[in-house]
Design a protein around this ligand. Structure first.
Ligand code: CA
Ligand code: CA
Length: 298
């Protein structure tokens, strides 16, 4: 059994069984294989992060975690109907979003983006295109945060969750790692994550897809055997990985972020400023289940 460490405002601490926010905090865990390499990500990396996948109910809701490196406003939003414009069938008709801090405290919740703070959200230029979509603008101090996207009244469908740093002039960026957990289905319901580099001149990242490890945290229908693809901004395939030991095993271990289970996936990549990388998590042979997608600087 791996020891899991949670990075919070007081530094790294081993996750205790029964930790009250384990479900919410799960995506924020840096799943490191040993206690010797508690890599603390001190510099920002990602200008924004996004994840799209089917939003179901119960343990299958879409959860995204991210770390804020510097105090600044952050916009998180959940899109559903807009995805229809991009050929997604079965989009979530009416998303809701809730934002939590690292101790599981609710910071804010939003159903429809024009319910609250409409002018300030508009000022970011990121108001969701559809009024049923959700947005929270909040000034966040350094730490770990979790956003949970659900369908209103337990409805389901494909949703997209995004987190943006709203950068005051002269301030470098904010989000230094991201992870997303949700149900991985097939076809348009595979998990899709996006990252945009904001690091000079480029950053080395490790992108992972975890499945079996989640069973240790009470997830019953974890994805047994994930695969991971990375695509560039033009949709070209950059890399594919089924099981992380297939390729670059030594280098992956050296990052301290080797997936705990041999069926899980990891890819090392370099992301340049302004470049985008899209990650697609699938179940091998079209299997389905709950997976965790995450990205770390190393
Ligand atoms: Ca809504
Ligand atoms: Ca695999």
């Amino acid at each position: 059994m791996k020891t899991l460490y949670l990075k919070n405002s007081s530094g790294w601490s081993p996750l205790q069984r029964g930790f009250p926010v384990v479900l919410f905090a799960l995506p924020l865990l840096l799943l490191i294989a040993s206690s010797t390499n508690g890599v603390i990500i001190s510099e920002g990396l990602l200008r924004n992060v996004s994840t799209r996948l089917a939003v179901l109910t119960g343990e299958n809701v879409l959860i995204v975690g991210f770390t804020v490196a510097e105090s600044q406003p952050v916009l998180v939003r959940a899109l559903g109907p807009t995805l229809t414009n991009f050929g997604v069938t079965g989009a979530l008709a009416d998303p809701t979003i809730s934002l939590y801090n690292s101790t599981g405290g609710l910071i804010a919740t939003n159903d429809d983006c024009k319910d609250t703070n409409q002018a300030a959200i508009g000022g970011t230029g990121k108001t969701p295109p559809n009024d049923k979509e959700s947005a929270i603008l909040s000034s966040l101090s350094p730490g770990n945060y979790t956003a949970i996207v659900s369908g209103k009244n337990n409805t389901t469908g494909v949703g997209l969750v995004e987190a943006y740093g709203v950068e005051p002039p002269g301030v470098e960026n904010l989000i230094s790692n991201v992870s997303s957990r949700g149900f991985v289905g097939t076809e348009s319901n595979v998990m899709i994550g996006g990252v945009i580099g904001d690091h000079t001149p480029s950053a080395q990242i490790i992108v992972r897809a975890l499945g079996p490890t989640l069973t240790q945290f009470g997830i019953n229908n974890a994805l047994a055997n994930p695969t991971l693809e990375l695509h560039d901004g033009n949709g070209n395939l950059l890399a594919f990985n089924d099981n992380w030991q297939d390729t670059n095993q030594t280098a992956i271990q050296a990052t301290g972020f080797a997936p705990p289970n041999s069926n899980e996936s990891a890819i090392l990549a370099v992301i340049n400023v302004g470049a985008s990388i899209t990650a697609i998590v699938r179940g091998k042979d079209n299997t389905t289940g709950v997976a965790l997608f995450d990205v770390y600087l190393y």
